[in-house]
Design a protein around this ligand. Structure first.
Ligand SMILES: [Zn+2]
Length: 395
């Protein structure tokens, strides 16, 4: 980033500080135990509040403008302090003369940026936050919803969401779950200084839907990535087809400002338009349920497919629907659902295709789904050993 720009941000976004001191004076206990000869520092903790900038926070903690620039400069390769985020904790440490010795910014759940002042020079480094990890397991039976049953069984909201995400491509929690369905989850919890701070990761889980049990196991694939697989070693998260049809070219990409030839307005086009001959078959990009198949103003003949609690895909300007495609139809990946046309506000045959993630239109070209590859043959034996171990701990 250019310096003038940074300065402008820093100078003109000065607000009265809201970075309050949470614990005013607190001798650093760890230092006392681990390094008895080290001086004890006065510690001030705060967090980034609404309206704060890096400059105003530092000013509040006795660090002047010139030093702030020096810190920005010297730490630029470690962390860009102009992008500090609301709610993140900061800690300032002073010696008994009131001189700043170091400060720390917790950039996320994994790392702290530590900036120390030594011989008049600022030095910055990233430090991994250390957690104590404990394994736990919980199970429950559904009366109304996974959400309520999860809370009842003692799962945190975070854990329920994570569990639902792992199984989202296997079970459609919003339509398929019924009373009597059950779940089990084996997971790791994080503790920091003895206090529970959240989930580390889910190691394994099972979901029984209408008497059929689905299982997921976390396993490190040959690229060193942690991926959830089912018992057969297939990835739990599936890929969408790259495109829902064989197209000639993309006539309009995903953009926030486009001139529309029919409406004569400039507006966002949060979709991809694929030019293709009228009648070209359109395929469902993934398994799902049709939640709409009918006329929609502007879109003409239109299909909406609900894939899971995360993704929906939508197809517009169709000339016709494939046989059996109506509200409530189940579709599988690659199944023909309709044909290219030019119905609605359209100037020629094309498919207008869009993806919603948690309800928001996202760029289909940039949807980031993890690799859907199964466990590689060479890794199968290892996978099965890990799976047996996890099963024993889960049951
Ligand atoms: Zn379009």
């Amino acid at each position: 980033m250019n310096k003038v720009f940074i300065l402008t941000i820093l100078v003109f976004s000065v607000f009265l500080s809201g970075c309050s001191i949470l614990s005013v004076e607190d001798l650093q206990k760890e230092e006392e135990i681990l390094l008895p000869s080290e001086p004890q520092f006065e510690i001030k903790d705060c967090q980034v509040e609404d309206g704060d900038t890096f400059a105003t926070i530092l000013e509040d903690y006795g660090i002047g403008y010139a030093d702030m620039l020096e810190i920005l400069d010297s730490s630029s390769s470690t962390y860009d302090f102009t992008s500090i985020r609301l709610g993140q904790p900061l800690r300032f440490a002073y010696d008994d003369l009131g001189q700043l010795k170091y400060f720390e910014y917790e950039k996320d759940k994994e790392e702290i940026v530590h900036v120390s002042l030594e011989n008049g020079e600022y030095k910055s480094e990233k430090i991994d936050i250390e957690y104590e990890i404990k394994t736990n397991k919980l199970s429950g039976t559904i009366e109304e919803s996974l959400w309520l049953a999860g809370l009842d069984a003692g799962l945190t909201e975070e854990l329920i969401l994570e569990f639902a995400d792992i199984f989202a491509w296997t079970v459609d929690f919003s339509v398929e779950v019924r009373k009597g369905d059950s779940f089990k989850v084996l997971f790791e919890e994080r503790y920091r200084d003895g206090e529970y701070v959240g989930i580390n990761k889910v190691l394994a889980g099972s979901f029984t839907n209408a008497g059929e049990e689905f299982k997921a196991y976390l396993f490190e694939n040959d690229e060193g990535k942690l991926v959830y697989y089912n018992e057969a070693g297939e990835a739990m998260i599936k890929q969408f087809l790259k495109a829902p049809l064989k197209y000639k070219y993309i006539s309009s990409g995903f953009t926030y400002a486009r001139f529309h030839p029919v409406t004569q307005n400039t507006g966002p086009h949060r979709a991809i338009d694929y030019a293709a001959s009228a009648g070209t078959p359109i395929m469902a990009v993934g398994n799902g349920t049709v939640t709409f198949a009918g006329w929609k103003t502007g879109y003409g003949n239109y299909i909406d497919i609900h894939h899971n609690d995360v993704y929906e895909t939508q197809y517009a300007h169709l000339s016709a629907y494939a046989k059996g495609i109506r509200y409530g139809s189940k579709v599988v990946q690659g199944q023909v659902i309709g044909y290219v046309g030019s119905t609605g506000w359209s100037t020629g045959p094309h498919l207008h295709y869009q993806i919603r993630k948690h309800g928001t239109l996202v760029n289909p070209a940039q949807v980031d789904l993890p690799p859907g590859d199964p466990v590689r043959e060479e890794k199968k034996a290892e996978f099965e050993m890990v799976m047996r171990g996890l099963d024993q701990r889960l049951n």
